[in-house]
Design a protein around this ligand. Sequence first.
Ligand code: COA
Length: 73
Amino acid sequence: MAIEPDCRNQDLGKNLIFEVLKIMKEKSIKHVKVAANLNNAAVNRLLSNIGFKRERVFNLFNRCHCLYSYELR
Ligand SMILES: CC(C)(COP(=O)(O)OP(=O)(O)OC[C@H]1O[C@@H](n2cnc3c(N)ncnc32)[C@H](O)[C@@H]1OP(=O)(O)O)[C@@H](O)C(=O)NCCC(=O)NCCS
């Protein structure tokens, strides 16, 4: 996911994720997992702020990533 630099910090990224979660819920998906590069402060803060749970940190292509999970009820 990427938002054009000029359009960032207007809640577009957050609302885009909420829309995707809504569609997933309509399709009866229960568990969502997302990985993000740990150096990417924006996406890590975004995911934490909207309720994604930090599961674990892992190495991918020599970079630290964080695995997040989200339960759809
Ligand atoms: C990550 C990205 C999609 C966020 O999109 P956005 O539309 O700017 O984000 P939003 O305006 O919806 O921000 C929602 C929350 O994200 C966090 N956030 C966004 N930009 C941030 C930044 N530069 N630093 C820290 N936190 C940030 C904040 O918690 C923010 O909520 P708050 O303002 O209430 O604190 C955008 O920065 C982007 O396109 N980055 C480049 C591509 C990328 O890294 N994609 C993710 C790959 S996994």
